[in-house]
Design a protein around this ligand. Structure first.
Ligand code: ADP
Ligand code: ZN
Length: 752
């Protein structure tokens, strides 16, 4: 008899099961076990030994799922590292890492049937066997060309594509045939073509590996060589290239090299819907090779992608969001993290709160793969790593082609209001530039980082504002739905017309969100076609695509949006970008506020003039002399970064220290505060002045629960290994105490 330690998708340590040798189970295999009284789970075999553990009655491993292991030894190392670093159990890593489809759990054994690894299929077509020789086809075409030219042209097309991109028996994927679907239907009706469902044309080592690559500029070629050299020295590269410098073209060259050598490439992007443009660009070159991975795929599709990759022989290109770091790319040669500064790489709403960018560098080390972090506005963490020589630093200072960086116009809102140079929320500086763009048939992007009509409404007699009963934040007014909405929990109520506090009828909308900007700009430019891109208008991928296509096709003149419009878009016609209220960005009470504001403003400005040299960005602010505004105006990343770094060092903030944040929440505030105080004192015992709090969290109440935070600030010179074990000890003491164990502690290592 053998004994296997198994990871279950629970916040539990490893459990040991007995293992019948005849089951042919190995490390990394997914297996079915019974855990607790009734339930069956999928677990992953972590270790196997033949020494019987001390406890007497072990449950058996029931069976194995899948003919191939779900986890290889290198992936095990990654899970172990994440569990250790982010202070959680391997089971919690499993919960996030494996798509739910691959890890069934059920009340009965019958429902735990093996889900086979069937590769996803697509439609392939071929000419009827009689027409598959050149002579036969030529004869047919000659006979029918006059009467049915469209039909014969389509048949010619199919025959050509079958030679160029098809299989040996003359079948070719239908998506490669660029013709109207009705033509194909007509051919099928006449019996001239046949269709079959076949596995999606997957890359294989004998697939053609010649890609049509863009020619690089001098500056791009130099950068590419520097990245290669960095890898030769086993260094991660930080590619700092201004917006529009053509980082993507450099990635394309790196990707092609790896695919040609039969190795896998993982390209991480902040949010997949935002990068539909990028995927189209990659598709043109790596057609048929790209696997995408994101939350909008069905659970089944995600599961099948995982299973298919687990059996791949290499040459895969995956473009995906942060969770793609867990995909089984076992021939990994390259990881690209695009827009590495983006906060969405951090998993912020469940354990483990990993940062995919930081995991990527770890994965690079495990596989010996090349790692490239790219950004026009690098995070200070990565920049610091570049300064200290931990990363190679590659800079691209110019835009590609004839494009120049946009002209920055700083527009003082207070001064404009005083001089009567302001209409509602727009300074004349901005309106004049919008007008000029519209006259030249160019496009405009307006950025306001709040969705909805007004961030709050207020009674002008007594000052009352409606708040969320569950979250203690003001409710945002949405005009289209005529509702007040909580942006944290989704609670809604009708907009009050009478003040519930003083019964007067003078409730006013305060401030402005994207919905209001859209309404006002449409009124000011009645001829312009205005669209809005934010969480309310892009609720589905197709809605999102429609809006983006509208801008691409020139059907939209002015695009109003939230953060979404700051990310990665390459719209050729945009010449004016307006930032309606920059103050919002740098007045947040957060030590990262300046860095974030710089990144956001620079990124949204970077959407202007990407293909010409008269792009401009108008920044409306009441603090035109604010340092962040000055850095943006001069495009001086280095001064911004060095100044910020000096402050971080003086106050002991990252990257000079690590922040570990503990969030405790409970409906009962007395219980909560007791536990929080106790936990803080346990931590203080070991970490003294490095413990801050407990204090009420920024969102004090969420979904009816009170929330408090304790923050631990550990200087970089201190050993993290021993710090982590002290933290684990403190958490264990709490978990075994009857009074405190019901309050869950959520840990956030390297909190943002
Ligand atoms: P970044 O990601 O650095 O902001 P992009 O990669 O989107 O910049 O490039 C900006 C624009 O310039 C894109 O439209 C891209 O197609 C074009 N471009 C950049 N480099 C080249 C090149 N070497 N050949 C052709 N077009 C290029
Ligand atoms: Zn709420």
């Amino acid at each position: 008899m053998l004994y296997a330690e198994v990871v279950l998708p629970l916040a539990q340590p490893l459990y040991t099961f007995s293992l019948d040798e005849r089951l042919d189970v190995g490390v990394g295999d997914a297996v079915v076990v019974q855990f607790g009284a009734k339930r069956y789970y999928t677990g992953i075999v972590w270790r196997i030994s033949n020494t019987k553990p001390a406890y007497p009655r072990l449950k058996p491993i029931i069976k194995r799922l899948y003919s191939t292991p779900l986890l290889c030894e290198k992936e095990q190392r990654l899970w172990e590292w994440i569990a250790e670093y982010y202070l959680c159990t391997p089971g919690e890593v499993m919960r996030l890492a494996l798509p739910s489809f691959t890890k069934p759990s059920a009340l009965t054994l019958d429902d735990m049937d093996e889900r086979s690894i069937t590769p996803p299929t697509e439609t392939f077509i071929a000419l009827h066997p009689h027409l598959r020789t050149e002579e036969a086809l030529a004869e047919y075409v000659a006979r029918h060309e006059r009467r049915a030219p469209r039909r014969t042209a389509t048949m010619d097309l199919i025959a050509n594509m079958a030679i160029e991109r098809g299989t040996k028996d003359g079948f070719v994927a239908r998506r490669l045939i660029d013709t109207d679907i009705t033509h194909l239907a007509a051919l099928r009706k006449l019996g001239l073509i046949v269709e079959e469902q076949r596995p999606i044309a997957l890359p294989s080592s004998d697939a053609h590996n010649e890609f049509l690559l863009p020619t690089l500029s001098k500056a791009q070629s130099i950068a590419l060589d520097q990245i290669r050299a960095a890898h030769a020295n086993s260094l991660t590269t930080l590619l700092h290239g201004v917006t529009g410098s053509g980082k993507t073209e450099i990635y394309i060259h790196l990707i092609a090299e790896q695919l040609a050598a039969g190795r896998d490439v993982l390209m991480l992007v902040p949010e997949i819907v935002i990068t539909s443009q990028l995927i189209e660009r990659l598709e043109r070159i790596f057609e048929g090779r790209i696997t995408t991975y994101h939350s909008q795929l069905t659970p089944m599709r995600r599961g099948k992608n995982y299973l298919r990759l687990a059996t791949s022989t290499g040459g895969e290109l995956v473009v995906g969001v942060r969770s793609s770091i867990f995909l089984p790319l076992r021939h990994l040669g390259l990881i690209i993290v695009d827009e590495e500064h983006d906060a969405s790489y951090k998993n912020s709403d469940s354990q483990p709160r990993y940062n995919a960018r930081d995991c990527a560098t770890m994965i690079g080390r495990i596989y010996g793969a090349q790692v490239v972090l790219g950004s026009a506005t690098p995070s200070l963490e990565s920049y610091m790593n570049a300064l200290t020589g931990k990363y190679a630093y590659v800079e691209l200072n110019e835009r590609w082609g004839n494009a120049t960086l946009p002209k920055v116009i700083i527009s003082d809102t207070l001064r404009a209001a005083k001089r009567g140079e302001r209409k509602i929320h727009f300074n004349l500086d901005l309106l004049n530039n919008i007008e000029e763009s519209l006259e030249n048939k160019e496009q405009v992007i307006l950025f306001q980082n709040r969705r909805g009509y007004a961030p709050y409404v207020q009674c002008s007699t007594c000052g009352y504002s409606p708040r969320c009963p569950h979250c203690n934040v003001t409710l945002t007014q949405h005009k289209q739905s005529n509702l007040m909405e909580c942006h944290y929990c989704g609670f809604t109520m009708p907009r009050p017309t009478v003040c519930p506090a003083c019964n007067t009828q003078d409730i006013r909308s305060m401030g402005f969100g994207t919905e209001k900007v859209e309404e006002e700009i449409s009124r000011l430019f009645p001829e312009a076609r205005v669209a809005r891109l934010d969480g309310d208008t892009s609720t589905s991928e197709s809605a999102f695509r429609r809006i983006v296509h509208g801008v691409e096709q020139g059907e939209t003149d002015i695009l109003v949006g939230t953060q979404i419009v700051t990310k990665g878009f390459d719209f050729k016609g945009v010449t004016t970008v307006g930032i309606l209220n920059a103050d919002n960005l740098f007045t947040l009470p957060d030590f990262r506020a300046s860095e974030r504001a710089f990144q956001l403003i620079t990124q949204v400005a970077g959407r202007a003039g990407r293909h010409n040299n008269h792009g401009r960005v108008v920044i409306q602010t009441s603090q035109p002399k604010h340092p962040v505004i000055c850095y943006v105006a001069t495009g001086d990343y280095h001064t911004m970064a060095n100044t910020e770094l000096r402050e971080r060092e003086a106050f002991g903030y990252p990257p000079y220290a690590r922040l570990i944040r503990f969030m405790l929440h409970h409906a009962n505030p007395t219980l909560l505060n007791n536990t929080a105080n106790h936990f803080a004192s346990l931590l203080r015992h070991r970490f003294q002045h490095r413990v801050m709090g407990p204090v009420a969290a920024a969102i004090e109440m969420l979904r009816g629960e009170h929330r408090v935070e304790i923050t631990l600030k550990i200087e970089s010179s201190l050993s993290m290994t021993s710090a982590r074990s002290s933290i684990r000890e403190a958490m264990k003491i709490l978990a075994t105490n009857a009074e405190h164990r019901n309050i869950k502690i959520e840990v956030d290592v390297d909190a943002l």
